[in-house]
Design a protein around this ligand. Structure first.
Ligand code: SF4
Length: 176
């Protein structure tokens, strides 16, 4: 049940700062972008465990920030448990703490739990913590495997997690 996201305007959030470190969670946000762009989440034999559409998304964000004069880098994570920011090891959190010392802001691509991970690791360095994405709901989708190694999501709907509403509202975001 990956979380589905909308984008936030990160450029205005870091306006006036000189550097930012993009810290992506490589699971739910990568699935969101792959669904939005109607691309496979993973193509094992073309990009191994990288989600090509998410890599392009991050790269476009980096370019937009650099056009505004913000030096920007990306905090990488190895494919494995490191993909899930909500479950990072203490070692990974320490690495972010160390890395974030060199930036004015960290831009989190992930949910509130991902932001909490980043905030714990970086706020004591005085970094501004910026949320690059906003939770839109929980994804309901059919996972599909295609030969030779493509993994995609089809018939996707976003299910609201707003419990203040009387009835949970569902709406279709993509149908292949
Ligand atoms: S940190 Fe949030 S966005 Fe990332 S895998 Fe966990 S629940 Fe999904």
């Amino acid at each position: 049940m990956p979380i589905h996201f909308d984008d936030r305007d990160v450029v205005s959030e870091v306006a006036g700062l000189s550097s930012a470190l993009i810290v992506p969670c490589y699971m739910c946000p990568a699935i969101t972008v792959s669904i939005r762009e109607e691309q496979p989440f993973i193509q094992l034999f073309r990009h191994f465990l990288k989600s090509a559409s998410f890599e392009k998304y991050i790269s476009r964000m980096k370019s937009r920030l650099e056009e505004q004069g913000v030096r920007t880098d990306v905090f990488k994570s190895a494919p494995s448990h490191e993909w899930f920011m909500c479950m990072w090891t203490s070692g990974k959190r320490r690495r972010l703490q160390k890395a974030s010392e060199r930036y004015d802001a960290v831009i989190v691509l992930g949910c509130d739990s991902a932001t909490e991970t980043a905030r714990d690791a970086s706020q004591q360095n005085g970094c501004k913590v910026v949320e690059g994405m906003q939770v839109a709901g929980i994804m309901n989708a059919q996972i599909r495997f295609r030969f030779p190694g493509d993994i995609s999501f089809e018939n996707c709907r976003t299910v609201s997690i707003d419990h203040d509403e009387k009835d949970d509202e569902t709406w279709e975001v993509a149908r292949h």
